[in-house]
Design a protein around this ligand. Structure first.
Ligand code: ZN
Ligand code: ZN
Length: 151
């Protein structure tokens, strides 16, 4: 599921699906974003899988259950820990969850469709590596931050 989510985030949401996902890369005070429509769509697909599993193809049941579990974890980490949409006060200070949060913040450093890094949700690369890749994608930013002779 994480591979699918990574793929969908990179090749759908940051491609032809940007119309909905853009709302998630802009600052706002609204409770809902157009991007939440993705959750609605994926939920409907899962409901459909459960219905088909119950009616005809039982093999779909564990698949639908797996997708649901991923959705719960995604909602906890992405919406809860990173974007604080849940009333959670706890903020991990170290370890894997911290890394996950930093990596997703680096994803949000870019407000445009192109040039973003770190498309995963439950798996994250080393934030230092992600920052370097971000600078490679945005060389103008690099010129601003590291002038020759200022090291
Ligand atoms: Zn994104
Ligand atoms: Zn996000």
């Amino acid at each position: 599921m994480e591979v699918f989510a990574w793929f969908a985030h990179k090749y759908i949401m940051h491609a032809w699906g940007w119309g909905w996902h853009q709302s998630h890369h802009q600052r706002h005070n609204r409770r809902l974003e157009k991007n939440d429509l993705y959750v609605v769509v994926f939920s409907l697909v899962v409901v459909g899988l459960f219905a088909l599993g119950a009616a005809r193809w039982p093999v779909l049941m564990p698949i639908a259950t797996g997708i649901t579990l991923y959705g719960v974890l995604y909602s906890l980490f992405h919406d809860g820990l990173v974007h604080r949409r849940w009333p959670l006060r706890w903020q991990p200070k170290s370890g894997y969850l911290r890394r996950l949060i930093l990596a997703h913040r680096i994803h949000h450093a870019v407000h445009t469709r192109e040039g973003a890094v770190s498309f995963g949700f439950l798996w994250a690369e080393d934030p230092e590596k992600l920052k370097l890749r971000l600078l490679e994608n945005h060389p103008r930013h690099e010129q601003k931050t590291s002038r020759p002779g200022s090291s």
